[in-house]
Write a protein of this length. Structure first.
Length: 139
């Protein structure tokens, strides 16, 4: 069980993945978001992106995998704030990272900076923060 006392400023975790067409299709089915920019190559070719892009929320979701490595079991995510800076294209290799940036011992909350980067272009796709709460009764 992870506790607030296990957290330290600067502790970090990463999660890497390839955002394949199959994953994008599965996310579309699960979320119900069937915007053709994600699933229709002909349609996407006529947009400013020129090709299919992954759902922003799908890409942001990889941050939780990294964060879970640091805080679970025990910590529970309570909020996220992030900006979608650039698209992840179908087939992109990405890395999501969470870094502990702030600790609040009174509230037993840790704030993490979160990022997602395209591993090939090194372009930052997502930037933001996440807050994790830990049980109040821990020693």
């Amino acid at each position: 069980m992870k506790t607030f006392h296990d957290m330290e400023i600067g502790v970090r975790a990463e999660h890497s993945a390839v955002v394949s067409a199959d994953i994008i299709g599965a996310y579309a089915q699960l979320s119900g978001d069937h915007n053709p920019i994600h699933e229709d190559a002909d349609y996407a070719a006529r947009t400013r992106f020129g090709r299919p892009v992954a759902h922003g929320m799908l890409v942001a979701g990889y941050v939780q995998t990294a964060l879970t490595r640091l805080v679970a079991p025990g910590g529970v995510s309570t909020s996220y704030q992030f900006d979608l800076l650039a698209p992840a294209f179908e087939g992109a290799a990405i890395t999501a990272q969470a870094v502990c940036a702030q600790l609040d011992p009174v509230a037993r909350r840790a704030t993490f900076t979160i990022t997602v980067v395209d591993d090939t272009t090194r372009k930052q796709l997502i930037s933001g923060s996440a807050v994790v709460a830990f049980p109040k009764g821990e020693k």
